[in-house]
Design a binder for this molecule. Structure first.
Ligand code: CTP
Length: 403
């Protein structure tokens, strides 16, 4: 079940040229399962109509005409009452100022005062307006009051100027919304270290040994942990996915770098999920210059990299309370995976048959069996990597609870 399912989100839209992007946001939130009520300020209506929002959300979009209509006595305080989140995107400098100072002359700003749910603001304004000390002071007033911010980004403005003040892209804003909705969840206050991607072991300045891991499963686990309110550190070898909003990202390349990062971050952490495909061997020496054909076929001597999970198992009292590993197997899945569960002293192991075309490296789906030290096993059906990640995080929550 997605974090957006059945969430009631109020989307405030103010008078910025970026208002059209907000319709895309409303559509994405609705498709993800949220119930989205949009409130447009009079200036927003000059850029985009309520009908656009009604069309993408399937629900009435509110304007100041409703503030002065027959239902106003209920509506002006009622909209905010059942909301899980108020997002104001895009938010102009004027609305920002009103929010900071408790002014309320539109349905949106009245709703903001009447709501008790978290407030997420995505500012959009010209660089000069954004950097003005009045705007900056308003931002810090709201930050002190606990408001969350998404952006602004740096880039080209409608005015042609380049600088800070651009509305962030809806897809990135979704990440911020997830982060705020997740805060206070089951993993709240827990530090969860997740590794992802396939390490790269250099041979010379242009070549390396690596594997087919895309990082998708590890990134999905990091996102699921953030959705559950965890404080997530994502230690990632090069991967094709975009890190989830809210994760502290530690980029690494080699198995050695991943080992150092995991030991530094997991000491004292609540949990470690080792989803990375770590190289077991690396070239004993890395050539300083590119290996040339004219010098003949190189004889490459490999040496072991050292097992990260074994090193974590030896951390003693500094070992994370819960350690989850993966097993990538191409034959005798459960037998080989069971050996890893015990030898690496894991609390749970995710056994992955990488020989199946719809599971393992590179694809969107996965087929896994969860294994536990008490010999309990749970074979999951074919699932998206997101669903596998959510299941792993649910188990992680239970394991942490039982510590
Ligand atoms: N792993 C690790 N350090 C390594 C190699 C793997 O911590 N040097 C972790 C992986 O992140 C995974 C688990 O150990 O969580 C199992 O990895 P896998 O590649 O399936 O097995 P290996 O231990 O490398 O053994 P083999 O390659 O012989 O199957």
């Amino acid at each position: 079940m997605s974090i957006f399912t059945s969430k009631h989100i109020l989307l405030g839209v103010t008078g910025s040229i970026a208002a059209y992007k907000s319709a895309d946001l409303a559509s994405k939130l609705t498709q993800a399962g949220a119930q989205v009520d949009c409130i447009l300020t009079p200036s927003a209506e000059k850029f985009i109509s309520a009908l656009t929002f009604q069309s993408v959300t399937g629900r009435k979009a509110f304007t100041d005409a409703d503030l002065w209509g027959g239902e106003a006595h209920v509506l002006h305080v009622g909209l905010g009452h059942s909301a899980d989140l108020l997002v104001i995107a895009p938010c102009t400098a004027n609305t920002l100022g009103q929010l900071a100072h408790g002014l309320a002359d539109t349905l949106l700003t009245i709703t903001a005062l009447a709501s008790r749910c978290p407030l997420l603001i995505a500012p959009a304004m010209d660089v000069g307006i954004y950097t003005h000390s009045a705007t900056q002071e308003n931002l810090s007033i709201l930050a002190k009051r606990g408001a969350y911010f998404a952006g602004p980004a740096e880039g080209r403005m409608a005015s042609g100027l380049i600088g800070m003040g651009r509305f962030i892209e809806p897809v990135e804003l979704l990440g911020y919304i997830r982060f705020v909705l997740g805060s206070g969840g089951k993993l709240s206050g827990k530090k969860i270290v997740v590794t992802a991607g396939g390490t790269q072991e250099p041979l010379d300045p242009v070549r390396m040994l690596t594997n087919r891991s895309s990082g998708k499963q590890g990134y999905a686990i990091a996102q699921a942990a953030i959705d559950a309110g965890g404080t997530v550190v994502l230690i990632t070898a090069p991967a094709s996915s975009i890190p989830p909003v809210g994760a502290k990202v530690v980029p690494v390349q080699t198995a050695r770098e991943m080992l150092d990062a995991v030991l530094a971050e997991s000491s004292g952490a609540d949990a470690l999920v080792m989803a990375a495909a770590v190289a077991d061997f690396h070239p004993k020496t890395v050539a300083e210059y590119k290996l040339k054909k004219k010098d003949g076929i190189p004889q490459i001597e490999l040496e072991a990299t050292g097992d990260i999970l074994l090193a974590v198992a030896n951390l003693g009292s500094r070992k994370p309370q819960v350690v989850i590993g993966f097993a990538a197997e191409s034959r005798d899945l459960l037998e080989n995976a069971g050996i890893k569960l015990i030898s690496k002293k894991l609390d749970m192991l995710v056994a992955n048959d990488i020989s199946a075309p719809d599971a393992g490296f590179g694809v969107e789906t996965n087929r896994v069996t969860l294994m536990f030290p008490n010999a309990k096993e749970e074979t999951l059906p074919l699932m998206s990597k997101t669903e596998v990640a959510e299941t792993i995080i649910t188990h992680l929550g239970v394991l942490l609870e039982n510590r």
